[in-house]
Design a binder for this molecule. Structure first.
Ligand code: CA2
Length: 137
């Protein structure tokens, strides 16, 4: 099974800033652990700070990959375009968040992704990605 892990804006700063909220591991290090743990899945990683690039990536893989694990980061709460792309493709999308967004500011309680997602996992730190990948096994 071919699965894309797609991260949105500022997630390239993981492990480098705000460790009290997002932990102290870089995503690149964590991705190495994921590829070892999920050796039965073919994992591909892409990160972008640009909304249109995220939409293009969803369209690019959305008719050939078996799954997308999407953390759209702040665009989760603002992007009708990413939400529309998730709904437009055939590949199932699992929405993930590191933090429990419902325990945070009100603007983080809204998601433009969830209504098109197969499921949503949030609040388990980086383990949210493990749990999302488990759903594709
Ligand atoms: O909890 C999550 O995974 C979020 O998607 C993270 C987003 C936030 O806007 C969402 O509400 C919830 C923020 C990602 C920023 O990541 C950083 C990592 C390290 C340092 C600073 C930002």
């Amino acid at each position: 099974m071919k699965i894309l892990i797609l991260n949105g804006p500022n997630l390239n700063l993981l492990g480098k800033r705000e460790p009290e909220v997002y932990g102290n591991q870089t995503f690149e290090d964590y991705f190495k652990e994921l590829t070892a743990k999920f050796s039965d899945l073919e994992l591909v990683y892409y990160q972008s700070n640009i909304e249109g690039e995220i939409i293009s990536k969803i369209q690019e893989v959305g008719f050939s990959f078996d799954g997308i694990v999407l953390n759209a980061a702040s665009y989760t709460h603002t992007s009708v375009g990413i939400g529309d792309a998730v709904k437009a493709v055939e590949t199932p999308v699992v929405e993930v968040h590191i933090s429990n967004t419902h325990k945070r500011e009100d603007f983080r309680h809204v998601s433009y992704i969830s209504s098109g997602a197969k499921g949503v996992i949030l609040g388990f730190g980086l383990q949210s990605y493990d749990l999302a990948l488990e759903s594709f096994r």
